[in-house]
Ligand binder design. Structure first.
Ligand SMILES: Nc1nc2c(ncn2[C@@H]2O[C@H](COP(=O)(O)OP(=O)(O)OP(=O)(O)O)[C@@H](O)[C@H]2O)c(=O)[nH]1
Ligand SMILES: [Mg+2]
Length: 366
């Protein structure tokens, strides 16, 4: 089952699992626009009545979570939660959930929650989204990773959406078709002929309950190209780039049984860094070439992760400050050239006094 919190989270949760999705928002309008199995309105009042959005303010999201956090903590057990890190509702409510999870003693394997975060594209999205993301990663994701009480975390980025100018719905489909392929690994193992290894639902579940960032991709295996190069070239552009993997999982689908031994190349690749992947090789005669679904788990200090964001936020803040100074304070500290000075005087006085002024000023300027 999937749970979506806030605007982006709700749309993605429903796309990922239309039959079993729950969406959460403080905005009735946003809730009504998405078709979901269950809808939860987080009630939060101001003097003007129920909030219709947080106005990009995570404090409002956190206030709203008070009425629903117990209910939500139960619902998210064993599920995947989608939220943007930039909006106020999603990041505010999710920050409370992450804090509560971090404080728990022992979370049984089957109750562990996977998180999919959507990060804004630096430089193309409003400063508030970038600042909220920095706070969310530092104050909520980092302690949650340290506590080890969550499952995998996917760090999606809107970079490609802006670079390729994709329609939001098309981009969401793209993001989720990849994620669905990763989640299809145990199902494929159940249905297709296994040639080597095995990943059943339990193996898959154990892998996704580990508290690391998950970077995955699907690509065709080019037998004539070095594997290291192929792996580097097939970094998923919809996710933040991975670090050195701690664990890995792959599914190799081959069109003929004779190609099954290609998987040893993958094992060798990861063994160089002492990583022993969970894997399976399946026969898929509908393919023209072998195909790999590869996932790597890595750990990265969120501090490093946010450095890029912070640098950009600083630049954006400076630009914003400069803009408001330019708008409200007219400071003309520039010295005029003599020609400009003469021109100005000629413009505002053609009288004899004016000519005298010109002469006086010219002397002063010299
Ligand atoms: N990929 C993708 N990103 C989205 C989508 N909708 C919003 N976003 C991104 O999500 C961030 C804004 O967060 P929202 O989820 O809309 O905000 P919210 O959690 O509802 O919080 P409010 O500020 O209260 O509206 C920005 O970075 C948007 O680019 C979507 O459908 N797909
Ligand atoms: Mg919203």
């Amino acid at each position: 089952m999937s749970v979506g919190i806030g605007g982006a989270g709700s749309k993605l949760a429903v796309l990922f699992d239309p039959e079993h999705s729950t969406i959460v928002n403080i905005s009735e309008v946003e809730l009504s626009k998405v078709e979901a199995k269950e809808k939860i309105l987080a009630v939060v009042h101001s003097s003007r009545g129920q909030f219709r959005g947080s106005g990009k303010n995570p404090i409002v999201g956190r206030m709203a979570s008070v009425t629903i956090e117990e209910q939500l903590l139960n619902i998210i057990k064993g599920d995947i939660v989608f939220t943007s890190t930039g909006g106020g509702t999603g990041s505010g409510i999710t920050s409370v959930l992450l804090k509560k999870l971090s404080e728990q003693e022992n979370i049984p394997l089957n109750d562990t929650t996977v998180f999919a975060f959507i990060l804004p594209y630096l430089g193309k999205e409003p400063l508030e989204y970038v600042e909220n993301t920095i706070d969310f990663l530092m104050d909520s994701v980092s302690p949650a990773i340290d506590a080890g009480n969550t499952g995998n975390m996917f760090l999606f980025t809107n970079k490609l959406k802006f670079e390729k100018r994709l329609a939001e719905a098309d981009f969401n489909d793209l993001m989720l078709s990849g994620l669905r392929e990763f989640y299809a690994i145990p199902e494929k193992n159940k249905k297709m002929e296994i040639l080597d290894g095995h990943i059943d639902y339990e193996d898959f579940r154990i892998y996704t309950t580990k508290p690391y960032f998950n970077h995955f991709n699907v690509f065709e295996y080019q037998a004539d190209q070095p594997l290291d190069k192929q792996i580097t070239e097939n970094i998923n552009p919809l996710l933040l780039p991975p670090e050195q993997p701690i664990e890995a999982m792959f599914l190799l689908e081959v069109p003929q049984k004779g190609s099954a031994s290609l998987f040893y190349d993958l094992i060798d690749h990861f063994a160089k860094d002492n990583v022993i992947p969970v894997y399976s090789v399946l026969l898929n005669e509908s393919l023209a070439r072998p195909r790999i679904t590869l996932s790597m788990l890595y750990s990265r200090k969120p501090k490093e992760l946010v450095d890029d964001f912070r640098e950009l936020a600083d630049t954006m803040t400076r630009k914003k400050l400069k803009k408001s100074i330019d708008q409200y304070v007219k400071l003309d500290g520039r010295r005029r050239s003599i020609e400009e000075e003469v021109q100005m005087l000629q413009d505002d006085s053609s009288t004899a006094d004016g000519v005298l002024d010109v002469l006086k000023r010219l002397r002063r300027l010299r």
